[in-house]
Design a protein. Structure first.
Length: 102
């Protein structure tokens, strides 16, 4: 299982556009065969900051995701709407330790 948290800081004037674009990316991503979770979170005390919690079955599923039309469209559309470059951080799963729960 591959878990990545992507941190995005959106320009205030592009918030509505970003929310629309990420919703479209979300709808496409959750239909991908290797996707387990794809949560889009908005920071409570700073609504310009988002975190995307991505969980994929394998490295191959992650690579396939990055080639999908919905992801490529999102990536290219939102890149100039960010106050700083987005940052993806990979995590190892500690718990649940029982892989059958995944």
């Amino acid at each position: 299982m591959i878990v990545t948290c992507v941190h995005v800081n959106v320009l205030p004037e592009r918030m509505a556009d970003f929310r629309e674009a990420i919703a479209e990316n979300y709808r496409g991503t959750v239909t991908e065969p290797g996707n387990i979770r794809f949560d889009v979170l908005q920071q409570y005390d700073d609504p310009c900051r988002f975190m995307i919690y991505e969980v994929f079955e394998s490295e191959e599923a992650v690579l396939m995701h990055k080639e999908t039309p919905h992801y490529l469209k999102w990536r290219d559309t939102v890149q100039n709407w960010m106050a700083e470059p987005r940052r993806g951080i990979r995590y190892d799963v500690v718990e649940p330790s029982d892989r059958s729960l995944w």
